[in-house]
Write a protein that binds this ligand. Structure first.
Ligand code: NAD
Length: 248
């Protein structure tokens, strides 16, 4: 098992069809003890059967620094260590640049960027004490191609910010045995886009992707497992594109 007895926190993991829950399920299958943290519900229905006996669900807002610190403290109380953090919580909004209000900007940047900062700050002291840890940050192809399908320019900016923040953390904490890497998913069928794209539009987009289909949550979850595990032990500060070849 790749993650035997590791303790993994996955933010934004309560969506039944989301990248976060897929990651949680695949990590549990590799022996990890799972903590799902999300805004209103800690985990999807029936999660226990798929996450094993040793898992914890926490309700917390990643934009609230005190809530992130309380979540990390609860994980340490229950499991005694934190090995993996997946900064997955995010929200999107399709918008043209001239339409974006200050409120829109704050909401989109706060969840992806401030949330990544606050959750990382909350777990890093434990990882420093252990002299080990792996943080995986979920960015987006929108950061690389300048928006387009799912998110407006503020979403692209938030996700590009995540890439910079992750590299800075990788540089600062590498000497303490802590790795920080990013994934840039392409278009993945989850709840975040179910109301934005029609089936016809998805089929049209699939034809432009070299692998001929949209991604599924497990396509990203599997790469999260790789980056969290020792299989990637000499990788830090890298960004892995999981997009079916969308940028070729
Ligand atoms: P999703 O909507 O299922 O997952 C996002 C989760 O984040 C939700 O469960 C939501 O409740 C949670 N969340 C939102 N605000 C939060 C907050 N303040 N605190 C805690 N949790 C909060 O969608 P998804 O597609 O699984 O998205 C997961 C991540 O992947 C997001 O960061 C998204 O931007 C990114 N992403 C998705 C795609 C895609 O095509 N689906 C592509 C690129 C990147």
């Amino acid at each position: 098992m790749l993650l035997k007895d590791k303790v993994a926190i996955i933010t934004g993991g309560a969506g039944q069809n989301g990248l976060g829950f897929s990651t949680a399920r695949l990590m549990a299958a590799q022996g990890a003890r799972i903590v799902i943290l999300d805004l209103e519900r800690a985990e999807p229905a029936g999660a226990a059967a798929r996450l094993g006996a040793q898992h914890l669900g926490l309700v917390a807002d990643v934009t609230d620094k005190a809530a992130c610190e309380a979540a990390a403290a609860a994980v340490l109380k229950q499991f005694g260590r934190i090995d993996i953090l997946v900064n997955n919580a995010g929200v999107t909004q399709p918008a043209k640049l001239l339409e974006i209000t200050g409120k829109d900007y704050d909401r989109i940047l706060d969840v992806s960027l401030r949330g990544t900062l606050y959750m990382s700050q909350a777990v890093l002291p434990a990882m420093q004490a252990q002299q080990s840890g792996s943080i995986v940050c979920i960015s987006s192809v929108s950061a690389q191609r300048g928006g387009g399908i799912l998110g407006g320019p503020h979403y692209s900016a938030a996700k590009a910010g995540v890439l910079g923040l992750a590299r800075a953390m990788a540089r600062e904490f590498g000497p303490q045995g802590i790795r920080v890497n990013c994934i840039t998913p392409g278009l993945i069928s989850t709840d975040i886009n179910k109301d934005i794209l029609s089936a016809e539009k998805k089929a049209e987009i699939a034809q432009t992707i070299p692998l001929g289909r949209l991604g599924g949550p497990d396509d990203v979850g599997g790469v999260c497992v790789f980056l969290a595990s020792d299989l990637s032990q000499y990788c830090t500060g890298v960004t892995l594109d999981v997009n079916g070849g969308m940028l070729i």
